[in-house]
Design a protein around this ligand. Structure first.
Ligand SMILES: CC(=O)[C@@H](O)[C@H](O)COP(=O)(O)O
Length: 269
């Protein structure tokens, strides 16, 4: 059985997306490389931070917004750099006006060294934003109870990290990420810390619904090719998940057919 990507689209808050890859827009060597990487990957959404990208001078800011408009990919504003609930809520409201979108990637930083999310206040911020009508995609750790609470307050998707932002280390806690997938029914996207396409493929094989990444593409020697590699890896991992993986075995089993038993079900029926 084959299926086209549209048979198996990512659905977040009732909206359908053709891709399961979300891409960040920071740290690229140039706007033209960013543009080409986005054209290659055709991501579902592009993250943009009001605070970071607006801070490099008015002209740079304007041309960045023009580039985003030209790319014609839905924008996911990001509360990057916010350290308090009030700051995150205020930034989200500003982003909604600037970008004219109800989507928000809720990033509430609790520790500046690891950029670890503030797990103690994240739920309160998410609850407020949901009440205010936002479609909240919270960046969080892989803690099961935290993710459950985020769902309880109305988040229709949750985005646990693989590893700290910008480290490229890949999934640090495979057990917890897989447990989360088993326990939660909402869409789950891994956000942050992916360094290789194989990391993205791996989490998709575990049943994750998508990935959000930035640094691994932006800092690659060839970001455009890497953007394509991640897009392909996400699709491969998703296809493998849907295909159903074999159960790993302890003992070797010959895979070369013995004469007269070319198919397993003939020999064992
Ligand atoms: C772009 C964005 O939203 C980042 O905050 C995100 O978390 C990506 O992390 P990496 O740069 O580690 O992929």
């Amino acid at each position: 059985m084959t299926s086209s990507p549209t048979d198996d689209a990512l659905v977040l808050y009732g909206q359908t997306f053709a891709s399961r890859l979300l891409l960040g827009t920071a740290r690229y060597p140039s706007p033209s490389v960013l543009e080409a990487a986005v054209q290659r990957a055709r991501p579902a959404m592009l993250t943009a931070s009001l605070r970071r990208q607006g801070s490099s001078g008015a002209d740079a800011g304007n041309s960045f917004w023009e580039l985003l408009r030209r790319l014609d990919v839905p924008i996911l504003p990001n509360t990057a750099g916010c350290h308090s609930v009030q700051e995150a809520v205020t930034t989200s409201h500003m982003a909604r006006e600037v970008f004219n979108t109800p989507w928000i990637k809720l990033e509430l930083i609790g520790d500046d060294y690891t950029l670890q999310p503030d797990t103690l206040n994240l739920v309160q911020a998410a609850a407020q934003l949901i009440k205010d009508g936002f479609k909240v995609l919270p960046y969080c750790t892989e803690d099961l109870v935290l993710c459950q609470r985020l769902v309880d307050v109305g988040c229709q998707a949750v985005m646990p990290w693989a590893a700290p932002i910008g480290t490229g280390r890949g999934p640090m806690n495979p057990y917890a990420l897989q447990l989360l997938r088993e326990r939660l029914d909402v869409p789950l996207l891994v956000d942050a810390g992916l360094g290789l396409p194989s990391h993205a493929c791996q989490v998709m094989e575990w049943g994750y619904d998508g990935v959000l990444l930035n640094t691994a593409v932006a800092l690659a020697q060839d970001p455009v090719t890497m953007a394509g590699a991640f897009a392909d890896a996400v699709q491969a991992g998703r296809a493998a998940r849907r295909a159903g993986t074999m159960a790993a075995q302890d003992a070797a089993q010959a895979s070369t057919p013995v004469l007269g038993t070319p198919f397993w079900h003939h020999a064992h029926a």
